[in-house]
Design a protein around this ligand. Structure first.
Ligand code: GLU
Length: 423
């Protein structure tokens, strides 16, 4: 038998609001400083999207590819046990979620371990979010970060002056995009931006290498090809950048560059060669601070992580609320709304003396399902938060990241002020 010691962390950055919240990542480069930095980011992120949580983050220093499913389950359950033992997890204490290298499967193991140890806790399901829908998860959580990135970029491209500064027309439609990372965030950003925003994805970067195709890459097709053949490099007609040079994809021509993998991908080494006009930070911390200076000087618009990828934690908040209420969203009002809309349409029929096509009637008279409400809540959150940040940015003539942090600090400060801590 072989014994392995595995290094793992959980950091809580701020208890100004409880529970604390943030994902758990499984990656080889995890260390205490990285987890501390990411936990800090979560405090500001939650404030920006008006999610009433403090920030936290977890990290397990492994490459999940090196372990079997059984081993990963043992690692996850043991990690959870260590969190429970230290009172570091619970619906009112600290609520983990997926992050790089983890997903619904790991969250299910965490929940199951927690409820085994805390048998009588009625709100046990609220101890972790991003759970599978069949196990107290919520519809729309898996796509949430990517969908939020899409809503956020759509907002950023809607301002005439901002677009003028980067020399482009307003609107997402027709813009070209390069995405680094085809994990959860990158793949949903790609499919949703293509299907709902008419964006043309011209480049994709991954572990095995990168591809570029000026006429456009269909992300759904690409994901299928990767599933079947194990590599994105088999996409027909694309120019292939081999593994050793895979990050060259960041430097290819496009309107919007979306790093959706790990931190520190754009540094002072490659910043000068970036050709994109907008960078949408779907990953946490993909631009180093030295690189940021260079990019801002070049006039590139950076839509910062603390805002742009906050869709994940926003829908995690909805999931946690669902778990505490023990009821799915829409259950109470769906039928009521549908019936009142049907009645209204029948009144119109009577008044006009004309019959409405039953197909149209079915489409128009519809109560919202959980996924409709989740998407609506997410869209509202992303556009409102953008408006607030943008207003701050305009007023103080600062870049969007500084504005986002300033806005978050103001909101967190308001919490303390209202408690009388900072008069
Ligand atoms: N890991 C995601 C993030 O970095 C989601 C966190 C959450 O849902 O709590 O924002």
């Amino acid at each position: 038998m072989e014994v392995k010691v595995i290094e793992a962390y959980r950091v809580q950055h701020s208890h100004h609001r409880l529970p604390t919240k943030g994902g758990i990542r499984y990656a080889e480069n995890v260390d205490q400083h990285e987890v501390m930095a990411l936990a800090t980011l979560m405090s500001y992120k939650c404030a920006i999207v008006h999610v009433p949580f403090g920030g936290a983050k977890g990290g397990v220093k492994i490459n999940p590819r090196d372990y079997t499913e059984e081993e990963l389950e043992r690692i996850t359950r043991r990690y959870t046990y260590e969190l429970v033992r230290r009172n570091f997890i619970g619906p009112s204490i600290d609520v983990p979620a997926p992050d790089y290298g983890t997903g619904g499967r790991e969250m299910a193991w965490i929940y199951d371990t927690y409820r085994t140890l805390r048998e009588n806790e009625i709100d046990a399901a609220g101890c972790v979010t991003g759970k599978p829908v069949a196990l107290y998860g919520i519809q729309g959580r898996t796509e949430a970060t990517g969908r939020g990135v899409f809503y956020g970029l759509r907002e950023a491209c809607s301002d005439v002056q901002d677009m003028k500064k980067v020399g482009m027309q307003t609107g997402l439609g027709g813009k070209t995009m390069i995405i680094q990372g085809m994990g959860n965030v990158g793949s949903y950003t790609g499919t949703i931006s293509q299907q709902e925003g008419d964006v043309k994805v011209v480049g994709v970067g991954e572990y095995e290498g990168s591809i570029y195709l000026e006429s456009g890459i269909d992300i759904e097709k690409l994901l299928e090809i990767r599933k079947d053949s194990g590599s994105i490099l088999n996409y027909p007609g694309a120019t292939v950048i081999p593994q050793a040079d895979r990050n060259k994809i960041l430097e290819m021509p496009c309107d919007i560059l979306v790093p959706a993998a790990l931190e520190n991908q754009i540094t002072s080494e490659n910043a000068d060669r970036i050709q994109a006009k907008i960078i949408g930070e779907a990953a946490n911390g993909p631009i180093s601070s030295a690189a940021e200076e260079i990019l801002l000087k070049k006039g590139i618009l950076i839509v910062p992580d603390v805002f742009l990828n906050a869709g994940g934690v926003t829908v995690s908040y909805f999931e946690w609320l669902k778990n505490l209420s023990h009821m799915r969203f829409g259950r109470m009002e769906k039928r009521f709304n549908q019936t009142s809309q049907e009645r209204m349409l029948h009144v119109i029929e009577e008044l006009t003396g004309r019959k409405i096509d039953p197909e149209v009637l079915r489409k128009v008279a519809r109560g919202a399902d959980e996924v409709d409400l989740v998407r609506s809540g997410l869209e509202e959150t992303m556009s409102r938060s953008y408006q607030f940040i943008h207003e701050f940015q305009r007023k103080h003539n600062i870049d969007m990241r500084t504005a986002a942090f300033a806005y978050a600090i103001k909101l967190i400060g308001d919490d303390y002020t209202s408690l009388g801590i900072f008069p």
